[in-house]
Design a protein around this ligand. Structure first.
Ligand code: SF4
Length: 701
């Protein structure tokens, strides 16, 4: 019988509400949910095409061992046996989970609980490491917690919105629609786009600053120094609620305007005009995304931005604040449950004995991980050198998306035991699995996700499970039981897991933590099914509310004060004589990650049909490349062949290539094969921008 279900889009971190309608004939159609506070009925091209991606073509429908169909019991027994054996022979750090922002919070929670509380290692990391871990680290350094201070509404209320390292028009399209429509209604509102490339986002910009790659810290340091010189510092806020301003200002004042101009590639007038605009506009929101995070100095960049907002007290008030845009649908949910190697559940700190002890007692865990685990790049290094002997990859495709992708593929191939849980049978990664476990996909699975503004929404099932596919949390619980942890993994539904997660957020809390949703700790399955989107925090005894953080201080460092971080402007340019061009990777409007879902839609694939490199006409000429030629890109780590898109939107000396294409859709187009495994020293996030490469025309033989 025809029916409608309210759910949440599985793509980006905007987290739009979707109404899926299943007709009498089983055909599915989707539309935006007019009542969802993230999108109020809007959807972008990817969200609108969701119904076109639901076919079972290429799906993994049954468990497999070595490519042979098997039963769930046999597959789960083998996973439990191999992980237990590795732990017994080589210790808990010889196993690892590599998970994904595509997992629902309930899946993430159990994966984290099993690894950190029962296996006793923190070797669980996620592809969210690749998208926003520098923001997490920046938040924690400045605020003492991983807290996003504002809400989407702030972008509409601001008089100045700065977008740095964000192609919001393509990567967070519905939020961009909200911003564009606010700007259309308020002619005085200004938008500044900071990006080496003139992206579609710059179409609504009053100012586009084509900054040199990785010079954001220099720019925001320059801004802080200017704010100080012009008397725009909120001295009351700084003295009442912060620490470290003098040191940060001293570091920020290292470059004068000519030196800043040299570092950023921006003219002195552009710099002065930008600084003055920030100085004279009270309601400022600064949004930042992968162009800031995916850098060897990403955390410093984040803190350079946070410093400017703290210095002016422009934080946590309507229309004011720094705003990190998360890439994935549940990057934020993963952070809440501690699904990163350096975090514990419920925003607790793995480095603090008191926090570890609290979680251990709550879980009744035998052996909580005593130290941080391996972050994504280090985890695959450990797979390569044999320290990791059993690896479980869930809902992600690291053979395409990790830096140094060829080396990651070789490591996975050589790993003694690899489990892959996925919807698709033949992803570039799943091909190398010893055990493949069929997972539910969007429309089939059920749980919660959290978007960039801390809003928790339900993903609901409206399709039957295909074949023998099962939820990821169920797979984890079954393996945990077989490893001897039956009591702690006795959950029979996602609502039970959510209730446990909510209870932990308030356990012995007393209002001390930012992440507290303990109002939902005793939620009944019926209420869970009907759960309306809400923002955290929501402690026990309170009603849902729109909450902003830090307008009156109240930071989560022990003294309640924020920290300014003294950050230096790094040496930005990596290109050299042998590899003279700077490659920045990114995303296109109509594809998502490695295209395992969006690649199924002809409509989405027709937007940009093949992988390409945006190259400035003069660089194309130097490389002997004409419009639509094939181009061979090379770095010391690998090669890729893509189509030339010659355009002045791309700054000279820089290239842009999207990261989506894999060997399934175009051979030799895995651009992450060129990216070196360089990471930010604080966050461990890989630098997927500012890669030194060379280009030449490729003539097929
Ligand atoms: Fe989905 Fe993001 Fe598009 Fe919203 S903006 S419909 S969450 S892809």
């Amino acid at each position: 019988m025809a029916h409608e279900v309210k759910t949440t889009c599985p793509y980006c971190g905007v987290g739009c509400g979707v109404i899926a309608r299943v007709g009498d004939d089983g055909a599915v159609s989707v539309k935006g949910d007019p009542e969802h506070p993230a999108n109020f009925g809007r959807l972008c091209s990817k969200g609108s095409a969701l119904a076109e991606t639901l076919d079972l073509d290429g799906r993994l429908l049954h468990p497999e061992i070595g490519g042979r169909r098997t039963s769930w019991d046999e597959a789960l027994d083998l996973v439990a046996e191999k992980f237990s054996q590795s732990i017994a022979e080589h210790g808990p750090d010889s196993v690892a989970f590599y998970v994904s922002g595509q997992l629902l919070t309930e899946d993430y929670y159990l994966a984290n609980k099993l690894m950190k509380g029962f296996i006793g290692s923190a070797n669980i990391d996620t592809n969210s490491r690749l998208c926003m871990s520098s923001s997490v680290a920046g938040h924690r350094r400045a605020f003492g917690s991983d807290t996003v201070p504002g809400t989407y509404e702030d972008l509409e209320l601001a008089d100045l919105v700065i977008l740095t390292g964000s192609n919001m028009a393509w990567c967070h399209p519905v939020l961009y629609q909200r911003l564009a429509s606010a700007k259309a209604n308020r002619p005085d509102m200004k938008v500044v786009v900071i990006d080496p490339r003139r992206t579609m986002t710059a179409e609504i910009a009053d100012v586009h600053l084509a900054i040199a790659p990785d010079s954001d810290t220099a720019l925001f340091n320059g801004l802080l120094a200017h704010l100080s010189e012009s008397g725009a510092i909120d001295l009351d806020y700084v003295s009442a609620h912060t620490q470290g301003f003098a040191e940060a200002l001293q570091a920020a004042s290292a470059l004068d305007i000519p030196a800043l101009s040299e570092a950023t590639g921006l003219a002195p007038k552009q710099l002065r005009d930008f600084f003055r605009l920030f100085e004279t506009t009270e309601k400022v929101v600064t949004c930042y995304s992968q162009g800031v995070n995916q850098s060897s100095a990403g955390t410093d960049k984040v803190n350079a931005i946070l410093n400017c907002h703290l210095a002016t007290g422009r934080i946590g008030r309507p229309g004011m604040g720094p705003f990190s845009l998360t890439g994935q649908p549940n990057a934020m949910g993963g952070r809440e449950v501690g699904g990163l190697a350096n975090m514990l559940a419920a925003h607790l700190d793995i480095d603090k004995l008191v926090d570890r002890d609290l979680v251990r007692r709550f879980w009744g865990a035998p052996s909580i991980a005593a130290k941080q685990g391996l972050k994504a790049v280090d985890m695959f290094r450990a797979v390569a050198d044999g320290r990791i002997k059993a690896l479980w990859i869930m809902a992600t495709n690291p053979v395409v998306s990790m830096p140094d992708a060829d080396a990651v593929e070789a490591a996975i191939k050589a790993c003694p035991f690899v489990v892959v849980s996925d919807m698709q049978r033949q992803t570039d990664t799943a091909r190398h699995a010893h055990v493949a476990l069929p997972s539910l996909g969007w429309g089939e699975k059920d749980g919660t996700v959290t978007n960039s503004e801390r809003r928790i929404s339900r993903q609901r099932a409206f399709l039957p499970a295909p074949g023998e596919a099962r939820a990821d949390w169920w797979q984890l619980a079954e393996v945990a039981r077989r490893m001897g942890f039956a009591e702690a993994f006795s959950h029979s539904s996602q609502s039970e897991i959510f209730a446990e997660h909510a209870a932990l957020s308030g356990f012995e809390n007393d209002g001390r933590r930012d992440f507290d949703i303990s109002a939902h700790a005793e939620i009944e399955p019926a209420d869970y099914n009907g759960l309306a989107p809400f923002q955290w925090p929501q402690p026990k005894g309170t009603a849902p509310q729109v909450k902003r953080f830090f307008a009156k201080g109240g930071f989560y460092h022990p003294d309640g004060r924020a920290r300014f971080i003294a950050v230096q402007s790094p040496q930005a340019r990596r290109a050299n004589e042998a590899f003279p061009l700077t490659l920045n990777t990114g995303r296109v409007r109509d594809h998502w990650h490695t295209m395992t879902r969006t690649g199924k839609s002809a409509r989405l694939s027709s937007h940009l049909a093949e992988p390409f490199v945006e190259i400035h006409p003069r660089d194309a000429q130097k490389a002997g490349v004409s419009v639509a030629d094939l181009v061979m890109l090379e770095s010391p780590h690998g090669t890729a062949i893509v189509r030339a898109l010659v355009t002045e939107r791309q700054a000279e000396g820089n290239l842009f290539v999207p990261m989506h294409w894999n060997d399934q859709f175009a051979s030799k187009a895995r651009i992450d094969a060129l990216v070196p495994p360089v990471t930010d020293p604080v966050s461990g996030q890989p630098a997927s921008k500012n890669v030194a490469v060379r280009a030449k025309r490729f003539a097929a033989k």
